[in-house]
Design a protein around this ligand. Structure first.
Ligand code: SF4
Ligand code: SF4
Length: 450
């Protein structure tokens, strides 16, 4: 696994069944010599292959509670989707208190950062629309940002240019805690409790910032049993006092956990909320082809249901959605230490937009790329078009692309291999006949010696 990714393959568990190659949104996986391989420059850490592998050969590489040992004062950042993993009688405050018991010195709600991002986004979108720039696309989901960089580089300029709620909350926590404790930044460890591996990738390979304010990213699923145990043991006094003390966000930020939450918070009429990576691709294709004229803002989440459907969550996304709605309805609309008082406002926008990722281009040189594309079309025309995946590529076009790149041969296609074998067999048969015609004459040659 690359240092820059958080999804890894266990070769011993992989049986080369090809299930994953068809679901990967960037065609990053090939099966070669009976085992899956991930092309690192194409992986966007969406986690689809973790979800679909029937043999559990793909997994996320995440940080653990052991990583807290490296810093003197540790902060947990709770993703908005964390609450929905726990049913009644757990309250948001109780979940935060139980999380704090795992060795953290402070707990922050990322929903608070989401409210800060919402306030900045609302102002930015308003101005952009006045200038005729639309649709704006949310940059909160790191998978969607990476997808745009690779498959839709022309849409990078449509991204809302603010850091994610995770980074905004981490910046806020660092500043407040350094002031409060007097500790230097390097002694403060900030850990995001995450529903997806892409957040860890966004920490080790940040989007539009030089370095992340987060030290580590721990999976919700890894902490779930301990938080649950803490909730079961929690006495009523702690539940009430500690829980109340830790709440900082209102319903606006808590709602970000599910699809539509971010867009609703912006109070916009002409928005579109799409979830599921393949649905997101369909919508982005419409934007790219200028077929989407009546939408000002697109909230796009790689996971079905939004972050509550992340690959590192525990609860079924439908019950998680019902629980989160209950948390939303119980929360005040405005944050307790919300956007109006946040020291971060207005958020600084990105200094530079994320760069396009050329991993899917056939060649950096446009003329070469066009020639290779023509070559690719000819190869595709000669392939059976069954998209069977038996060659180890997701479809015939992907195999043709691999051939053009010099990474595969036409005979990797079993139909082409059969054709080739038949052709060789025909030549062999002709040769055999030729030899038979020649052999009797040689037997009759009187000068032959045994
Ligand atoms: S789904 Fe992919 S990783 Fe899992 S066993 Fe099949 S080929 Fe291997
Ligand atoms: S994490 Fe997503 S992009 Fe990366 S290999 Fe798996 S399916 Fe493909």
């Amino acid at each position: 696994m690359s240092r820059l990714h958080s999804v890894k393959l266990n070769r011993d568990l992989c049986v080369g069944c090809t299930t994953c190659i068809k679901r990967c949104p960037t065609e990053a996986i090939r099966v070669r010599n009976g085992k899956a391989q991930i092309a690192e420059n194409r992986c966007i850490d969406c986690g689809e292959c973790i979800r679909v592998c029937p043999h559990h050969a793909k997994s996320a590489v995440m940080d653990t509670l052991d990583d807290l040992k490296g810093t003197a004062f540790n902060v947990a950042l709770a993703a908005p989707s964390l609450y929905a993993q726990f049913g009644p009688p757990a309250t948001r405050g109780m979940v935060l208190a139980a999380l704090g018991l795992l060795g953290f010195d402070a707990v922050y709600e990322v929903a608070q950062g989401a409210e800060i991002v919402t306030a900045s986004t609302a102002a930015f979108v308003q101005k952009a629309l006045e200038e005729g720039r639309r649709p704006l696309i949310s940059s909160a989901c790191p998978v969607v940002v990476r997808l745009i960089q690779m498959r839709f580089p022309g849409l990078v300029e449509n991204l809302v240019p603010f850091d994610s709620p995770m980074e905004v909350t981490a910046d806020l926590a660092r500043r407040q805690l350094a002031e409060k404790t007097g500790l230097p930044q390097e002694k403060i460890g900030v850990f995001f409790i995450s529903p997806c591996p892409a957040k860890r990738t966004a920490v080790i390979n940040p989007i539009a910032r030089a370095s992340s304010a987060v030290n580590g990213v721990i999976a919700i699923s890894d902490l779930y049993p301990q938080i649950l145990a803490g909730l079961e043991k929690m006495d009523a006094k702690t539940a009430l006092q500690e829980g109340e003390r830790l709440l900082t966000a209102g319903s606006t930020g808590v709602r970000w956990a599910y699809t539509g939450g971010e867009a609703i918070a912006l109070h916009m009429e002409r928005y579109l909320a799409v979830d599921g990576i393949h649905n997101v691709i369909e919508i982005l294709e419409e934007v790219e082809n200028e077929r989407l004229h009546d939408v000002d803002f697109i909230e796009a989440n790689a996971c079905l249901g939004g972050c509550i459907g992340g690959p590192l969550t525990v609860a079924n996304r439908f019950s998680a959605h019902a629980r989160q709605r209950a948390f939303v309805s119980r929360a005040p609309e405005e944050a307790r230490q919300g956007p109006q008082t946040a020291p971060d406002l207005p958020l600084e926008s990105w200094k530079e937009l994320p760069l396009p990722n050329p991993a899917m281009q056939l060649d950096e040189d446009i003329v070469q790329a066009m020639q290779k594309y023509e070559q690719l079309k000819q190869i595709v025309a000669g392939l059976p078009g069954l998209d069977c995946g038996a060659c180890g590529a997701p479809d015939c076009e992907a195999l043709a692309e691999d051939i053009v790149r010099g990474e595969a041969a036409e005979t990797d296609c079993i139909f082409k291999l059969k054709e080739r074998i038949r052709a060789v067999a025909a030549v062999m048969s002709d040769l055999g006949e030729e030899m038979n015609r020649y052999a009797p004459n040689r037997e009759e040659d009187p000068h032959d010696t045994p």
